[in-house]
Each structure stands twice: as C-alpha cells, then as structure tokens.
Design a protein around this ligand. Structure first.
Ligand code: ZN
Length: 425
C-alpha cells in the first residue's frame, strides 16, 4: 500500500461522510420545521400543539448544534492527522518521556496526552449542550459544580480502568512473535473480550454507584407486580433498583445491566414518577423481550466479531510505514509505534464505518419491533402504547422525522411506526 493511496482514501471518506451527514441533517431539520405547526392526525387526540412545537424546536436546536459539532469534529480530525497534530504531539512526548522512563511509559503518556487534549476540546461542546440546549428545554438538572465533579470523577475512573488496560494491550502488541499463532491482534482481542465481560459485571456494582444512588425499589405493590412479570417470562435478576436519574436530567429511562446472575433492573426515578404501574410493567416487558429474544447476546457477539475484524485490520496496517505516513505521522525508528497505531486507527476508522451505520440502525430497529411484540404477549399492549407516547413527549422527541434520516440514524423506530405496529386495543 502506498502512503498517498491511504491519504486519498481517508480524505475521500472524510469528505463523503461529512457531505452525507450534512445533507441528512439538513433534510431532518427541513422536515421537522415544515411539520412544526400541525400535529400528525394519528396523534391529534393525544399530543397537544404546544408539546408538538416544543419537540420540533428541541429537535431543531439539537440539529443546529449537531452541525456545529460536525464541523468542529472534522477540523479536529484533520488537525490530528493530515495537518500533523498527532505527529507534533508524538515527537514532544517521545523526546520527553522515552529516554528517561522507557517505551511503555512513553506510549502510555502519549495515549494520556491524546485523550486529555481530546477531552478538553470536547468540553465547551458538552457544556453548551447541557447548559444551553438541555437547560432551555427544561431537561437539565445539573449544576455547574456537579458537571465539573462528574468530569473529574470520570477522568479518574477512566485513568484507573483505562491505563492498566492500555498497558496490557501495549504489552501484548509489543511481545508478538512472527508465528501466526503469536499474532498480537488475536491475543489483544481475547484480552479485550475478557475485559469487557469483567466490566459488565463491575459496572453496575462498582462504577455506576460512583455517579448515582441506587436504592431497592421501595414500592411494594409495583415490586410484586414486576416480580410476577419476571417470573412469567422466566427471568432471574438480582434486584430491582431505583436510580436518581433526576439528579442530572429530566429524561426518563429503564434498563437492565450486568451479566448472568448479577443482572439488575434499574428504573430511573423520573420514569417511576411519570408512568402508571401498568405502564412500568409494559416498559419492563419490552426490556425483558430484548433478553428473551437474545438481542443482547446477538448484539454482543456482533460487536466482538466486528472488533476481531478491526483488530486484524489494525494488525496488518500497524506493520506498514505507509499507514503512519499516509495519515500524517512519521513512525519512530528507535521506539515502538503501537500507541501511535492505536490512536491513528481510532481517528481514521469512523469516516469509513459511518457508511455501515444504516445497517446497524436497521438491525436495532427490527429488535425494537420484536421486543414490543414480545411485551404485548406478556403485558398490556395499550399500556405500552401510552407509556411510549409519554416517554416520547417527555423527551421532546419529534413525531415527524425525515424518513431517510430515520433509516440512517434511528436505533429506535419513530413513535408513529412503533405505535402502528402494536395490536389495536
Ligand atoms: Zn428496546
């Protein structure tokens, strides 16, 4: 592979993905704006014109912000790669760290410096999204203090978990041999899968409680009802918890977390406040559907399969000097380039994988329909319908998205399609 071929392929993918994203965002905003003043006929009885207009304005505000983020993100990506940002950072960190502390310290320092700079660039965007957009539409519940605290805690957790993982992966990359069974990318993949499974167990019990309070579901009547549902569905979970989601946002949610016997059901307090017991039951039945229909396992298998392909590709690319040169970086001759390869790969991959996102979104939407159908066999279908409508309204999700935008991005079908697929009450 020639360096100039890679440069060209990357530039074309970046420009093409940007053009498609801009086109889709414009379509979506035009479509929503054109339908801002008329509630669709199917929702005329259930959605007020005010709620409909609020959803349109919220969608438009997020759309404009998304365009700004896209422009900034693309500029940063170009800055890191073809304009030489990563190369400059690499030279500084390498000269500073490697002679004194060695190869591993240099590579960890490079990964850390890259992550910190990336996070600092993201900071104003996150602040604007939380304290301008979410705030304006009444969703934000965070103070600046909590926002800052979250950020510092997130960085600490990221360092405590991320640095040992990075050290392990770099060690595997550095000790690869020339035999086929010594290929680093395969063993890195094995380690990656194992780490993910461990994190799946640790997340609900150790990590999530650092950010939120989890209390056992206090409502006995609801608890009995939910346990009866889980028994009907043949589902074992270790506990039912309420999370103080209202600490940060008014958006409502419910989810399953954990693995095997350590699974838990988590309700946001905002969800319990808003939905009736039969609606909570229906929402939970939908989530159970994802487990019973093996969506969760299929999804994980898909992600693990794709990461094996990705790592194999990186295994091949990392050994070619044109991979580095083509993306604007000079590989070192006296130091390992594994951290550099990891960073470049993370930067260069998204413009290419963007074009398979409609496929992933499609699979996800099919799963949502299936889980809805399952929920209707285990709980009350009309309760599911009213719950979906309430959640849609509370999240100010638009009822009139652009159909093509939906095909590309929506992991959940729009409300109109979802409600239409439910059996008539
Ligand atoms: Zn779902």
């Amino acid at each position: 592979m020639q360096a100039s071929t890679l440069t060209l392929a990357f530039a074309v993918a970046l420009l093409a993905s940007m053009a498609v994203k801009l086109w889709l965002a414009t379509r979506q905003m035009r479509h929503v704006a054109a339908h801002r003043d008329a509630v669709p006929a199917a929702f005329a009885a259930t959605v007020t014109p005010e709620a409909h207009r609020k959803a349109a304005d919220y969608t438009l505000a997020k759309g404009r912000f998304g365009m700004l983020s896209l422009a900034l993100g693309s500029a940063v990506l170009l800055g890191w790669t073809l304009l030489g940002g990563l190369d400059a950072l690499n030279v500084v960190v390498r000269d500073l760290v490697q002679p004194r502390w060695g190869n591993l310290a240099y590579q960890l320092a490079l990964l850390t410096a890259f992550s910190v700079i990336g996070a600092v660039i993201e900071l104003p965007l996150d602040w604007y999204s939380t304290f301008r957009i979410e705030q304006r539409y009444g969703f934000n519940r965070m103070s600046t203090r909590l926002w800052l605290g979250d950020m510092l805690k997130g960085a600490a957790v990221g360092a405590v978990i991320g640095l040992p993982i990075a050290a392990l992966i770099l060690w595997i990359m550095g000790s690869a041999g020339s035999q086929w069974w010594q290929a680093w990318w395969f063993w890195a993949w094995v380690a990656w899968v194992a780490i993910n499974l461990v994190l799946l167990v640790l997340y609900p019990t150790v990590i999530a409680p650092l950010f939120n309070k989890f209390e056992p579901l206090p409502d006995e009547a609801l608890k009995t009802r939910v346990q009866a549902l889980m028994q009907r569905c043949g589902f074992a979970a270790q506990g039912l918890f309420v999370m103080d989601g209202s600490k940060r946002s008014a958006h409502a949610n419910a989810y399953f977390t954990g693995l095997g016997a350590a699974k838990r059901v988590v309700f946001f307090d905002t969800l319990l406040k808003r939905l009736s017991p039969s609606e909570v039951e229906a929402v939970l039945a939908h989530e159970l559907g994802h487990f019973k229909l093996r969506h969760v396992v299929k999804r994980m298998a898909g992600i693990f399969g794709l990461s094996l392909v990705g790592l194999a590709l990186l295994g091949w690319l990392a050994a070619q000097s044109s991979f580095y040169v083509g993306l604007g970086v000079n590989p070192g001759l006296a130091a390992p380039n594994d951290a550099l390869a990891l960073i470049l790969f993370m930067l260069a991959l998204p413009p290419f994988t963007f074009f398979i996102s409609p496929l992933m979104a499609h699979v996800s939407r099919v799963h949502e329909f299936e889980a809805d159908a399952y929920a209707c066999t285990q709980a009350d279908g009309s309760a599911l319908a009213s719950a979906l409508l309430k959640l849609h309204e509370d999240n100010a999700a638009t009822l009139t998205p652009d159909p093509l935008y939906v095909r590309f991005y929506y992991s959940h079908p729009p409300a109109s399609e979802r409600l239409a697929a439910l059996p008539a009450p």
